[in-house]
Ligand binder design. Structure first.
Ligand SMILES: Cc1ncc(COP(=O)(O)O)c(C=O)c1O
Length: 383
C-alpha cells in the first residue's frame, strides 16, 4: 500500500531533542533545552501528592478544576487588572503547547494568514500549516529584537487572521514596552485580526520592569488569546500544565478543540497548583529576583570570555555572540561546542524561516544550579 504523504514534510526531530541527545552522548553540560535542573517548591509537590494519594485521580472538568481557574482569575486581576470570568474565559490545558495548538486550530482556517516574528518558537508554524493557514514571517530587528512596525503595518491586511506575539521572547529575551502595546493597538484598530500572546515567561522579567501582558491593555485584551505555563513558573516543565485566557466567545471556540484534543488535564496537578497559588503568591512574585540572580551570575562568570553579550531582559535564556571566536555557522558552532568544549547550546538560526547568513548567536539556558553554571562558564572561558 501507499502511505499518505506527510502533512508536515519540513518537520523533523526538534533541535531541542537533538541537542539534548548530543549533550547526553558527549557527557556535555546541557544548557540547550529550556528546563531547570532544580525542583519545584516543596509545598506544591506535597499538595499534588496529597490529591494523588487521596482519590483525586479521575477526569478533571473539561475546562479545568474550578479552584484553579478561580486562582488564575485572581492572579491576573491583581497583576494585570484584568477581570476574567473563571467559568467562561479561563481554560486549563496540558501545557502551553496544547493551548497554542487549540487556539490556532479553533481560530485559523484555510487561507488565513498568521504573522509570526522570527526568531520564532517552533510550535507555531506546524499548527498553522495543519489548519490550512499561511505563515507570514517578519524579522525582529537586532540587536534588541524589536518589532519592525513599518513592516508589520505593510503586512497586515484583510486576510490576516492572527498575529502571534511572544513576550517575554524566547530565544532573545526581548520584552514589550507600554509603547509597543499602544502601537500594536493602533495598527490593529478597526480590523478583525486576533492576537495570540505566548506569555509563558510572564514571571521572568528583569531589572525592575513589569511584565506587560496583552491583558493589561483593554483594547488589545478584547482581541487576545493569552497563553501561560505553570511549568516555567514553578520549575515543573514535565508536568505540562498551562492555561489560556480569552474573551468568552473566543474561549468557547478554543474549548471546542481542547475538548477533543485532550479533553482535560491531570487532576491532582491542577488541585495541587490551585492550593499552591493561594498559599504562596509570593513564589511567582519573587521569580524575577530569583532568575535575575542567575542571569547576573552567568553573565559575570563569562566576563573574561571572548563571547559578547547584552544581559537578557526576560526569560531564562542568554544569547551569546561568538563572532570574535569563530565564523562557523551557528548549527556547526553548537555541535562543535558540545563535542569539543562540553557545553550544549541552541543555535538560533533554527528559529528562523530564512536565517540571516551572518547570525553568530547561541542561546544558553541559565535555569541551572550555581555549580553547573560555574563549570559551564569555566569551559566557555577557555575558548
Ligand atoms: C515560548 C514558548 N512557548 C511555549 C512553550 C511550551 O510550554 P509548555 O511546556 O507549557 O507546553 C515554551 C517552552 O519552552 C516556550 O519557550
Amino acid at each position: 500500500m501507499n502511505y499518505p504523504s506527510s502533512k508536515l514534510p519540513q518537520v523533523g526531530t526538534t533541535i531541542f531533542t537533538r541537542m539534548s541527545q548530543l549533550a547526553a552522548e558527549q557527557g556535555a553540560i546541557n544548557l540547550s533545552q529550556g528546563f531547570p535542573d532544580f525542583d519545584g517548591p516543596a509545598l506544591l509537590k506535597e499538595r499534588v501528592c496529597h490529591y494523588l494519594l487521596n482519590g483525586h485521580n479521575q477526569y478533571a472538568p473539561m475546562t479545568g478544576v474550578p479552584a484553579l481557574r478561580q486562582a488564575i482569575a485572581s492572579k491576573i486581576k491583581s497583576l494585570y487588572s484584568y477581570s476574567a470570568n473563571a467559568d467562561s474565559e479561563i481554560t486549563v490545558t496540558s501545557g502551553a503547547t496544547e493551548a497554542i495548538f487549540a487556539a490556532i486550530a479553533a481560530l485559523v482556517g484555510p487561507g488565513d494568514e498568521v504573522i509570526v516574528f522570527d526568531p520564532a518558537y517552533d510550535c507555531y508554524e506546524p499548527a498553522i500549516s495543519l489548519n490550512g493557514g499561511i505563515t507570514h514571517h517578519l524579522p525582529l530587528l537586532p540587536p534588541h529584537f524589536v518589532i519592525d512596525w513599518d513592516r508589520l503595518k505593510d503586512a497586515l491586511h484583510r486576510k490576516t487572521r492572527m498575529v502571534i506575539v511572544n513576550n517575554p521572547h524566547n530565544p532573545t529575551g526581548a520584552v514589550f514596552s507600554r509603547a509597543d502595546l499602544d502601537t500594536l493597538a493602533e495598527l490593529l484598530r478597526g480590523s478583525d485580526t486576533l492576537l495570540l500572546g505566548d506569555e509563558v515567561y510572564e514571571h521572568i522579567v528583569f531589572d525592575g520592569q513589569p511584565h506587560l501582558s496583552l491583558l493589561c491593555h483593554p483594547e488589545l485584551a478584547q482581541r487576545s488569546v493569552v497563553v501561560s505555563s505553570f511549568g516555567k513558573t514553578y520549575h515543573t516543565t514535565g508536568w505540562k500544565v498551562g492555561y489560556v485566557v480569552a474573551p468568552a466567545l473566543l474561549s468557547a471556540e478554543v474549548r471546542k478543540v481542547h475538548q477533543y484534543l485532550t479533553f482535560s488535564t491531570s487532576t491532582p496537578f491542577q488541585l495541587g497548583l490551585a492550593d499552591f497559588l493561594e498559599a504562596e503568591p509570593d513564589h511567582y512574585l519573587q521569580l524575577p529576583n530569583f532568575y535575575q540572580a542567575k542571569r547576573d551570575e552567568f553573565c559575570q562568570l563569562l566576563a573574561g570570555s571572548r563571547f559578547r553579550l547584552t544581559p537578557t531582559r526576560g526569560t531564562y535564556f542568554q544569547l551569546l555572540d561568538y563572532s570574535a571566536i569563530s565564523d562557523r555557522v551557528d548549527v556547526e558552532m553548537a555541535e562543535w561546542l558540545t563535542r569539543e568544549v562540553g557545553v550544549a547550546a541552541i543555535p538560533i538560526s533554527v528559529f528562523y524561516s530564512q536565517p540571516p547568513a551572518d547570525l553568530r548567536w547561541l542561546r544558553f539556558c541559565f535555569a541551572k544550579g550555581s555549580e553547573t553554571l560555574q563549570k559551564a562558564a569555566e569551559r566557555l572561558c577557555k575558548i
